[in-house]
Design a protein around this ligand. Structure first.
Ligand code: 5AD
Ligand code: SF4
Length: 472
């Protein structure tokens, strides 16, 4: 299937709606001496963060002031996640809290979008249990926010936009959260149907952006001074496959890294079945590509990998890891692990522990398996009891903490370049930043260093952070 580029006309139409709402909001600001505020609440992954930057961009273009808390908002958009039950429950409870704000300000419009409400049963939940939500729109309808808001404001009726027209929308305004770190989506959707995962059902099939559009966006970010750019996709390794020409993710990364400037490229996520040695070579040969690889393993048991429909076995996975370590000795490798997938035995779980010992990840993102309605794994027999899941989860974390602590010791006494993120959220007395490999570094210094590269001499290495001091 060829990727459908959304006709500019469709986006132009959205700009027309934006202009109408903006005129009204400008008039309101003139009469009242303040602008209506819009608050965007985001749950979930980086893809959602990137979508929310578009939502905020559209809201700003509609004459709203983007505010950082919901209390005084005239527009609240909740961008939801569905990856695990916990994410959905958090979103629903947050939406529940907005009821009181609406009671105080009946002019407030509440919209809910994203993965959770791209499922029919959740749309019904909102319809029947959250009557103060004004409209709902699916992941493929993000760009239609202006039109939906306008319809809501004019007609006053509740709306449910469950579009499944998975196109690629170009040219929307983006209000980036940071002025030195940026997300760039290079493709949307997923074709893999891992048996536990809801993503293919809520984000549709894979579709790539045109490389010209991606290159133009990255070029502009670099020109604006962005220093850390993360290319996003559910499986970036299938970039271009839907375009039907001979240009893959490694080619794209190689071309992007040729853009002149002082910046680093990251990417996520890679599916191990599609990670190529060519890609590893491109990373090894380009100084502007972070020496970091996030390669979700999910399980270290071949039997479970098969049941997960992952299309690789441990030998293939370890082969690519060994190649990475050979070509890029200082590479930082991270992964995702699911504990307690249906049918996982103690022996299967030990396979995962063995994989951690064999690969020695710098960091893992670990999750207890959460059944997702409509996915094959939710119907599988032998669901693992919660207490067994929790016990395995604890053992996994204990082992990983040991490994991460040991790995981090190699940084002791070294001076590394760190991109400063300003004051640490956990301890405002210190600054924090990240290495090229995304390790957290804490150090003393002035807040004005935010957004700058600093050389930090590491004086102490902990499991989750390196501690150091600024050197000239
Ligand atoms: N339960 C637990 N973890 C899941 N993930 C995806 N679906 C589920 C699920 N149903 C994890 C996978 C994926 C990461 C983004 O979330 O590890 O790589
Ligand atoms: Fe989900 Fe698998 Fe697609 Fe990742 S590759 S989004 S885990 S279906």
């Amino acid at each position: 299937m060829k990727t459908k580029i959304l006709p500019t006309e469709a986006i132009k139409r959205q700009f027309e709606y934006m202009n109408v709402i903006k005129a009204e909001n400008d008039r309101f600001a003139l009469e009242n001496g303040f602008r209506k505020g819009a608050f965007v609440m985001t749950f979930g992954c980086q893809q959602n963060e990137a979508d929310s930057e578009k939502i905020a961009g559209m809201a700003e273009s509609m004459g709203y002031e983007i505010i950082s808390s919901p209390e005084n908002a005239y527009l609240i958009v909740v961008n939801t996640c569905a990856i695990r039950e916990h994410a959905e429950l958090k979103a629903l409870s947050t939406i529940g809290q907005y009821k009181h704000i609406k009671q105080k300000n009946p002019e407030l419009v509440i919209a809910v979008c994203g993965c959770m409400v791209t499922q029919e049963h959740r749309v019904n939940d909102i319809k029947f249990k959250y009557p103060y939500v004004d409209f709902v729109f699916s992941t493929s309808a993000i760009h239609r926010l202006p039109e939906l808001l306008s319809t809501k404001l004019v007609r006053g009726k509740r709306l449910y936009c469950t579009d499944e027209d998975y196109s690629v929308a170009e040219g929307l305004p983006i209000r980036r959260e940071s002025d030195y770190r940026a997300w760039v989506s290079i493709m949307y959707g997923c074709n893999n149907f891992c048996t536990y995962c809801i993503v293919p059902y809520v984000r549709g099939r894979e579709r790539s952006r045109r490389k010209e559009d991606i290159i133009a966006e990255v070029r502009q970010l670099v020109a604006e001074g962005y220093k850390d750019i993360t290319l996003l996709g559910q499986n970036v390794n299938s970039y271009g496959k839907d375009m039907g020409f001979d240009y893959d993710f490694a080619d794209l990364l190689d071309e992007l890294a040729k853009i002149e400037g002082d910046y680093v490229l990251h990417f996520m996520t890679s599916h191990p079945k599609d990670a190529t040695k060519k890609l590893v070579d491109v990373i090894a040969n380009n100084k502007r590509i972070a020496k970091q690889f996030h390669l979700p393993l999910q399980s270290g048991s071949n039997r479970i990998l098969k049941a997960m429909n992952r299309h690789y076995q441990m030998d293939r996975y370890l082969d690519i890891v060994d190649y990475m370590k050979e070509k890029i000795p200082d590479i930082v490798i991270t992964t995702d692990i699911i504990v307690g997938f249906p049918g996982e035995t103690e022996e299967d779980f030990e396979g995962t522990l063995n994989a951690l010992n064999r690969v020695r990840y710098d960091m893992i993102y670990s999750f207890i398996y959460s059944p997702r309605k409509g996915t094959p794994a939710a119907e599988m027999p032998d669901q693992v009891p919660q207490d067994v899941q929790s016990e395995r989860f604890r053992r996994l974390l204990d082992l990983q903490n040991e490994i991460a602590y040991e790995i981090n010791q190699k940084y002791l006494g070294k001076t590394i370049r760190v991109l400063c993120d300003g004051r640490s959220k956990n301890n405002p007395d210190v600054l924090c930043g990240r290495t090229e490999g995304n390790k957290i570094v804490l150090f003393d210094g002035a807040a004005e260093n935010e957004g700058k590269y600093l050389n930090i001499k590491i004086t102490k290495c902990e499991t989750f952070a390196l501690i150091g001091e600024i050197v000239q």
